[in-house]
Design a protein. Structure first.
Length: 204
């Protein structure tokens, strides 16, 4: 399976890109170049994945810019978009554009590992995507055949930092989390509640 991978960011958090070294980072403001490259990838790759750094920090709902940009990439040929930046999880699913094209979008995977000290920032997600290539008499066809979003928890105490799948995280572990010093409500049921409420927001 031949994959095309793109990685673009909304910005560099105030870090100035060195003069003459714009190749060090791809910016979402370079939209026409980005869309052109995705169209080219559509012609040459079996599947196109875009990793995007965008969205409003600490907001569980995708903003208008995220949704619009995602749809433009899908219309250009992107198949899967995996996004980050908000530091909290956002919904995921198949997005359909006004032109009838579809793509799989994970609007924010939250934090994978972080020292941020609020429950929403300790809840992350792993994008799980299965891509299948089928060969037939008229050629081959590649598509996303299944997908899931797997919740994770960042655990830190006075001795170590670890990442757990939420399904494997226990209240005993939660009771030892350093966050309990300032947030005694931190428990597995509250994490599951936050996850389910966020995923139920849906996508536009």
């Amino acid at each position: 399976i031949r994959m095309a991978l793109f990685n673009y960011a909304y910005g560099t958090n105030g870090i100035v890109v060195p003069r003459g070294k714009t190749y060090t980072v791809n910016l979402l403001s370079q939209k026409e170049k980005f869309l052109s490259d995705v169209r080219e990838a559509e012609e040459n790759a079996d599947i196109t994945l875009c990793f995007l750094h965008m969205g409003d920090e600490y907001r569980h709902t995708p903003n208008t810019f995220q949704v619009k940009y995602a749809k433009e990439l899908i219309d250009a040929g992107a198949d899967v978009l995996i996004c980050s930046h908000p530091h909290v999880v956002q919904p995921y699913g198949v997005v359909t554009t006004d032109n009838g094209n579809t793509g799989l979008v994970f609007f924010s995977c939250g934090n994978f590992i972080s020292g941020q000290g609020t429950a929403p920032c300790l809840l992350g997600g792993l994008a799980e995507v299965t891509v299948t290539k089928t060969k037939g008499p008229e050629g081959s066809f590649t598509e996303v055949t299944s997908f899931d979003f797997v919740p994770t928890v960042i655990h830190f105490d006075r001795k170590s930092v670890s990442v757990y799948l939420l399904e494997d995280y226990t209240d005993e572990l939660a009771s030892e989390h350093s966050i309990r010093e300032w947030d005694p409500s931190f428990r597995t049921d509250s994490l599951w509640k936050l996850w389910n409420e966020t995923m139920s927001i849906g996508i536009q």
